[in-house]
Design a binder for this molecule. Structure first.
Ligand SMILES: Cc1cc2nc3c(=O)[nH]c(=O)nc-3n(C[C@H](O)[C@H](O)[C@H](O)COP(=O)(O)O)c2cc1C
Length: 381
């Protein structure tokens, strides 16, 4: 892990505060926002806050390796970086910084189909720590090509997101005119000019692109056509028959992201998925969604012997990671914290975010006397 911490940020909350000061309001709102009234975001927080761990001081085991195995590979920590679309809006090259930091720390990094960095560039940074998240395009040849490109760079783990049958309704993004192409208003110009380091970095690197999708859009000359194309090709909801098709077409590990109920989890097991990510998309899709916290037990009881169960949504600290591990997850992903890292400090912030989460989790495990991440289930109160 990285040891040169910037002393201005000792927690994810500190990174978030610094990010707020460094990026324009429309980008910050896009990052932190949930959907509708942001109830699912606050519910994620409340649900995690109700998970407690019980220490046992007098019969301690040797502490504490954070190493964890997921899908047959050993990582240095039981947590990873969730896929984040439009990453370049938050900070240019954010995805590359995340990918490089994941490789250094030896944790999984999931690149979004809609990230601003291509599969090939992300692989150059993440190496074998790269997982690829697919929003399956409706055209089979593009789908196959994306998968083929992922295979070609050595990626073995394909994450298929099922919880975006429609776009989430995000009032702040609507009010901020956040769209492709962006609506340029006096307000957005003011917001940009008041964040000069973001403005300079963005001017230097250009508008964020959907870099992995670029080869299929070369004939499109303007941003509006690009947006329409992305909307139309990714518009089909992922149903069971699509998952079955992807299972046949993808020879590596298939991970289904966005599972929140037992029936879906059983379907994933039935089609021989290798893992699921229990997730409510960080509260960005359904404002009345239940939290993964409430579903973990039931899902693990019904499919835990058939596939690996990972989780994301609402993690704001290493303590939260400990909570999800105690609920039985074998790998805990999060999204926003890593963006707060990069928003606060650029490249170095990605390392710092990982370092904060690692140190916090290690402290909890040492305090409990817990020898390894999968032992945390024994400390659930
Ligand atoms: C800005 C942003 C963009 C996201 N883009 C994607 C995406 O392209 N694909 C995807 O499967 N999930 C996406 N997600 C959801 C995350 O992968 C993850 O499920 C969520 O962030 C977890 O919640 P957390 O941010 O509270 O950790 C996005 C989340 C955020 C905050």
């Amino acid at each position: 892990m990285v040891n040169k911490l910037d002393s201005r940020a000792a927690s994810i909350a500190d990174l978030k505060l610094l990010t707020k000061k460094r990026i324009p309001k429309f980008a910050y709102d896009y990052l932190v926002g949930g959907c509708n009234n942001d109830r699912a975001v606050s519910h994620n927080r409340e649900a995690l806050d109700h998970v407690f761990l019980q220490p046992s001081y007098l019969s301690r085991t040797q502490v504490a390796s954070l190493k964890a195995t997921a899908l047959g590979v050993e990582y240095d920590a039981p947590f990873g970086i969730a896929p984040l679309g439009l990453s370049g809006l938050i900070w240019p090259k954010a995805a590359e910084y995340h990918a490089s930091a994941a490789k250094t720390a030896n944790i999984p990094y999931i690149l979004s189909t809609l990230a601003s960095t291509s599969i090939e560039d992300a692989a150059a940074c993440a190496g074998s720590n790269l997982w690829f998240q697919l929003y399956p395009p409706k055209e089979q040849e593009i789908r196959l090509d994306l998968m083929q490109r992922a295979r070609q760079v050595g990626c073995n783990n394909l994450v298929v997101t099922i919880d975006v049958p429609v776009a989430g309704r995000r009032p702040n993004d609507i009010k901020n005119g956040l769209s492709v192409p962006p609506k340029i208003t006096l307000n957005s110009i003011y917001q940009t000019l008041s964040r000069p380091s973001w403005a300079v970095a963005t001017a230097f690197n250009g508008m964020p692109q959907f870099a992995s999708m670029q080869p299929y859009m070369n004939k499109l000359s303007n941003l509006k056509d690009v947006a329409n194309y992305i909307r139309s090709t990714l518009k089909e909801p992922v149903d069971l028959s699509m998952l079955e098709k992807l299972r046949q077409q993808w020879p590596g590990n298939l991970i289904v992201k966005g599972v929140l109920n037992v029936e879906d989890a059983k379907h994933c097991a039935a089609i021989n998925a290798d893992a699921i990510i229990v997730s409510n998309h960080g509260g960005r899709q359904l404002d009345v969604a239940c939290s993964p916290v409430e579903m973990m037990q039931e899902i693990i009881d019904s499919v835990g012997d058939k596939l690996e169960v990972f989780v994301d949504s609402g993690v704001e600290s290493g303590v939260d990671i400990a909570r999800y591990l105690a609920l039985g997850a074998s790998m805990v992903f999060s999204g926003r914290p890593y963006m707060y890292g990069v928003g606060a400090f650029g490249r170095q912030g990605a390392n710092q975010c990982i370092d904060i989460l690692y140190s916090e989790l290690e402290q909890v495990m040492n305090q409990l006397g817990c020898s390894s991440p999968h032992e945390l289930v024994k400390f659930l109160k």
